[in-house]
Ligand binder design. Structure first.
Ligand code: ARG
Length: 581
């Protein structure tokens, strides 16, 4: 238990239960204090408690202070301040014990969850034969970070890449492939010239009635399982997969082909899903189609909005596939938590699907199974409009990443004494890490501007700033070792040491906060705080030239812990931190 707030909270809860049994479950409201003069933590629960018990909050706070077992919580006897705050200051002995524990713990105090769940994370999900756009980039980056964080906490995480690889567009795509010739088409797709491919097919479909008729016929053949049509479809899928994998490897995300469960995967499951919904009496005929009308979703005409389970032509669409996916994920994969990392514009579609799944008894209610839409905003270009990967036609996501790495290389070269090969590896980490960090450090629900200069800056809340902080700590450690020093037991004396110690002890809380809200920026924000706190510490407290050997050893441990905490935190975000830069 590294997080200092935890024992404080427990001891305060006991004090509340003893002093005010009538309000035994009240929250002590323990928060890091914003100003070290008011202690390391504050408990603000006396205010609400006073109101509830109709007693002056100061009196309540005093009663709590009297009952509070300060020694058990590792703090000095608390002080009552202002209208009824309890100021809590950790004792140096408690702090140094915890830091010694931290130094011996490869997880740096990050706890595992008491009740691990089976969590399905639906993310990335680009569409076959269509360019991956920055929305897919966001989903991939955010999803990857959440997968890493939840897995590290001990959950059994199942990655699901719900690629768009089925449905009516494949008629025109296959016909276009035949027009182009298989080889030519494969070349275009595998290098990521997907926009061109899709748009040309679309153009022909709209302009050429003969082509459109062939395309429609092709969809029928595809759905009927015609062998030659399936072979051509596979070609499209395989070449696109090659491109997606290129992007995934470049980004360093965990997704592999094993995680693919695209729309086509649910093809055989659509019928049974439909049947089950009909048997349950949830799906009803409506204008020739089969629909579910979840309550609470008024449509434009005032009537309820439909989930289209089966279309009037007997075909299935996006709604049906997503219903089948919820059913499969809960029933076959045994998930108790479903996480959808999908852009905000799909909020209503997903809400309808989830409501339908609740009606069907797959989610919610007595099942106890939960679902979250981890929504995110758009990426904007410098003009404040939705980012297009470069103006012009055949834009490629991979170009965006290449450019980030290229620009990073110039920055790295300026400050680095490493060999050209080592510099190339560092540039890759800084470029890709910069793109990912820029995304993950923003509240995901907001839009953000894609700006290379800002993303790659070595100052401010950026990937490069944190990566340089790790490298700096490691370099101090190497220098320390070279001059015969070694990290040793931690003693907390100076205010800057105390601040750094506290920041190190809060890593677990930051990870838990990020996991609870599916909000990677809560972790990145903490890492930025930690790096800044380290900078202040390093300015105030000489490490290699410390007044004595014990102090130097203690400070070396603080450096080591900072490097490890930053590197571990970054790794949970999917970002590399080179040892030397
Ligand atoms: N392929 C979809 C798109 O590009 C995203 C799929 C999201 N996941 C899902 N289960 N609907 O918009």
């Amino acid at each position: 238990m590294a997080d200092p707030a935890l024992p404080l909270e427990a001891a305060l809860r006991r004090a509340i239960a003893e002093a005010f049994p009538e309000a035994a479950a009240a929250d002590p409201v323990v928060r890091p204090s914003s100003d070290p003069r008011f202690g390391d933590y504050q408990a603000n629960g006396a205010m609400a408690l006073g109101k509830r018990l109709d007693r002056p909050p100061r009196e309540v706070a005093q009663a709590l202070a009297a009952r509070f077992d300060a020694a058990a919580a590792g703090v000095e006897p608390p002080e009552v301040a202002g209208p009824g705050f309890l100021n809590l200051r950790l004792t140096p002995a408690w702090l140094s014990d915890r830091l010694d524990e931290l130094a011996a713990d490869p997880r740096l105090g990050i706890t595992t969850v008491e009740r691990p769940e089976r969590v399905v994370v639906d993310y990335s999900a680009p569409n076959v034969a269509k360019e991956m756009h920055v929305g897919h980039l966001r989903s991939t980056i955010i999803g990857d970070a959440l997968v890493r964080i939840l897995s590290y906490q001990g959950h059994a995480v199942v990655r699901q890449n719900h690629v768009g690889d089925w449905g009516t567009p494949f008629g025109m795509l296959i016909e276009h492939l035949l027009d182009l010739g298989e080889e030519e088409a494969a070349d275009e797709l595998s290098v990521g010239d997907l926009t061109g491919f899709y748009q040309e097919a679309r153009k022909k479909f709209d302009a050429d009635a003969g082509f459109a008729a062939r395309a429609r016929q092709r969809v029928v053949l595809l759905q009927a399982g015609d062998a030659e049509t399936l072979r051509l479809w596979h070609l499209l899928v395989d070449e696109s997969k090659r491109y997606f994998n290129l992007v995934y490897r470049r980004l360093g995300v965990l997704l592999t082909d094993d995680d693919l469960a695209g729309e086509s995967f649910y093809n055989d499951r659509l019928g049974p899903t439909c049947q089950e919904l009909e048997e349950l009496g949830i799906a009803v005929p409506s204008e020739g189609a089969l629909c579910v009308f979840p309550p609470g979703f008024p449509g434009r005409d005032g009537g309820p909005m439909p989930l289209m389970v089966r279309k009037s032509d007997g075909g299935f669409g996006y709604d049906a596939t997503d219903l089948a996916a919820v059913r499969y994920r809960t029933r076959d994969l045994g998930a108790t938590l479903l996480v959808y990392v999908v852009g905000a514009p799909q909020a209503q579609h997903l809400a309808l699907v989830f409501a339908g799944a609740v009606l069907a008894g797959w989610l919610g209610g007595v099942t106890g199974r939960r679902v979250v839409h981890v929504a995110f905003g758009s990426v904007l270009g410098p003009d404040g409009k939705m980012l297009k990967t470069r103006t012009g036609d055949s834009a490629k996501l991979i170009d965006l990443l290449d450019e980030a790495v290229e620009r990073a290389a110039a920055i790295v070269a300026e400050r680095s004494e490493l060999s050209p090969e080592e510099q190339a590896a560092v540039a890759e980490a800084v470029g890709i890490g910069g793109v990912k960090y820029a995304d993950l450090s923003n509240d995901r629900t907001r839009d953000y501007t894609f700006d290379y200069d800002r993303m790659l800056a070595t100052d401010g809340n950026t990937g490069a700033y944190l990566q340089y902080a790790v490298a700096r700590c490691r370099s101090i450690l190497r220098k320390g070792e070279a001059s015969g020093g070694a990290p040793g037991g931690v003693v907390v004396v100076e205010p800057a040491e105390r601040a750094l110690a506290l920041a190190l002890l809060r890593l677990d809380a930051a990870v838990r906060g990020a996991a609870e809200d599916f909000a990677p920026h809560k972790l990145s924000g903490h890492l930025f705080d930690l790096a800044q706190t380290f900078t202040s510490f390093y300015d105030a407290c000489p490490v290699l030239k410390a007044p004595d050997e014990a102090t130097s050893a203690s400070r070396l441990t603080l450096c080591r812990l900072t490097a490890d905490a930053l590197a571990l935190g970054l790794s949970l975000l999917g970002i590399d931190a080179p040892d030397r830069m």
